[in-house]
Design a protein. Structure first.
Length: 130
């Protein structure tokens, strides 16, 4: 009886280890979106600017990227003050239009399919200043 108990415990440990390793490989399931850019043509003016009191107060950006085959959608991230990317929105198209206040923001996008999420695209830096 003791042999059976040890075999069961060993099986559970192996199963838990295998599952946690499988989760670490999730970014390999899809390619990262390529050609992440602002504006369809990638120009320097890529959004609708709001001007008030002599300063730009915010901008509605137009972010684009190339389609990833087999992706169900895309998660758009903004790098926070902590230096970590934070999810800003989700879309099923290859276009996203977030609002940005004054300052510098770094954006990136990931493709997803079910529980699988790709690695980050290239980063795009947007600057809104006077």
């Amino acid at each position: 009886m003791k042999k059976t108990s040890y075999a069961l415990i060993l099986f559970i440990i192996i199963s838990i280890t295998y599952t946690s390793c499988e989760k670490d490989k999730s970014s390999d399931c899809l390619s990262a979106p390529a050609n992440f850019r602002c504006g369809e043509g990638g120009g320097s003016i890529c959004g609708v600017y709001h001007y008030s009191g002599g300063i730009f107060t915010c901008v509605s950006l137009s972010l684009y990227w190339d389609e990833v085959s087999d992706a169900e959608g895309y998660n758009v991230y903004r790098k926070g003050t902590s230096g970590q990317f934070q999810l800003q929105g989700t879309t099923t198209t290859t276009h996203f239009s977030p609002f940005q206040g004054r300052g510098t923001v770094i954006w990136a996008v990931k493709a997803y399919k079910g529980d699988c999420e790709s690695g980050f695209s290239n980063e795009f830096e947007s600057v809104v200043s006077k």
